[in-house]
Ligand binder design. Structure first.
Ligand SMILES: *[C@@H]1O[C@H](CO)[C@@H](O)[C@H](O)[C@H]1NC(C)=O
Ligand SMILES: *[C@@H]1O[C@H](CO)[C@@H](O)[C@H](O)[C@H]1NC(C)=O
Ligand SMILES: *[C@@H]1O[C@H](CO)[C@@H](O)[C@H](O)[C@H]1NC(C)=O
Length: 310
């Protein structure tokens, strides 16, 4: 093989000795084995891994697989790095150990140009370089590799928020809620409503004596035990009973006065006034009724008298 390539070189360059000046780290032409310019010694097909410079006479450092000499500073700068490393300002750095590995290897994989993890992160980490730990409040230490949001829920039912770092609303019974803040596990404390139980029931709702019973409906605030003192009505007891109700008391569902109307008013909510027409009608009605009755009495009396005379 060696003889063959030397022979080929001889044929192509016409001068075997010219190839003897080539650095052993010049890469050969795959077809004929020629490595460098026989006169200048410049490698014609690049350098072998780990070497650089025009004559491949520079040994690159560490994980660098090709390097060159900076024309301005004369320093050796790396141009590309081995697998598992990335380039930053002419030097090679290992990919973050928390970058996910390729299936076929155990090396963490990152973008060779800037170190960003290429296949997301190892469990428990997030961020571009996977160098931030998931919140300790994430269940199983699992979080979204990009946002850090806990994807398996929180370690305790009293924690909420994307990273499980907030406390549930104080309106939640036992202060327990899901990750969105909804008090789904135990419902609301007495006197509160809303999905996160942050709203108070109307102060006009009757508060039940049993502390476990709710004051108002947890989804729509409807008072569940009627209105205080029977003096309000409406689904959340926001309307006062009509002033014309006796004692200002009414049924909490309908507003109908509980004990009738005060003098001069009528209707279920005592909103209608007796009109003067009403009074006249009553007077005229009674007058006519009285007259009719009198006539009947007279007629009957006459009849009786006639019978007596016979
Ligand atoms: C409030 O919700 C309860 C239970 O879901 C329902 O029975 C009631 O009709 C609702 N009230 C109103 C005013 O929407
Ligand atoms: C209910 O009645 C009591 C006693 O009369 C009174 O102290 C209280 O203020 C009333 N509550 C409301 C909300 O009107
Ligand atoms: C009570 O009901 C009224 C009318 O239905 C509504 O405007 C008000 O927002 C309700 N209040 C609560 C606390 O739900």
């Amino acid at each position: 093989m060696l003889l063959l390539s030397v022979f080929q070189m001889f044929i192509l360059t016409g001068d075997v000795t010219s190839q003897e000046i080539c650095s052993e780290y010049c890469s050969p032409d795959p077809n004929n084995g020629v490595k460098c310019d026989g006169v200048t010694g410049k490698c014609l097909y690049g350098c072998m891994t780990g070497f650089g410079g025009s004559k491949c006479s520079i040994q690159c450092c560490g994980a660098c697989n090709s390097c060159s000499v900076s024309p301005t500073t004369s320093a050796v700068v790396c141009d590309s790095c081995n697998d598992g490393f990335y380039l930053d300002s002419g030097e090679c750095y290992p990919c973050s150990r928390t970058c996910a590995t390729k299936l076929s290897s155990s090396l963490p994989v990152c973008r060779p140009t800037d170190g960003r993890c290429q296949f997301a992160c190892q469990t428990g980490y997030y961020g571009n370089m996977c160098d931030t730990m998931c919140s300790r409040n994430c269940r199983n230490d699992i979080c979204n590799p990009t946002t850090g949001a806990c994807t398996d829920g929180c370690i305790l039912p009293v924690l909420t928020g994307s990273m499980c770092q907030q406390a549930c609303s104080s309106g939640c019974l036992n202060r327990e809620c899901d990750q969105s803040g909804a008090c789904v596990f135990s419902g609301c404390q007495q006197g509160f409503w809303g999905s996160d139980c942050s709203q108070k029931c109307s102060p006009n709702c009757v508060i039940p004596s049993n502390q476990l019973d709710h004051v108002c409906d947890q989804t729509n605030a409807t008072c569940l035990n009627g209105c205080v003192n029977n003096t309000y009505w409406g689904s959340n007891c926001s309307t006062s009973c009509n002033n014309n109700c006796v004692n200002k008391k009414c049924f909490f569902e309908t507003g109908t006065c509980l004990d009738g109307c005060i003098e001069g008013y009528e209707g279920s909510q005592c909103t209608e006034k007796w009109t003067t027409n009403n009074t006249n009608t009553i007077i005229v009605g009674s007058a006519i009724g009285g007259a009719v009755l009198l006539i009947i009495v007279i007629i009957v009396a006459c009849c009786i008298c006639k019978k007596c005379r016979k």
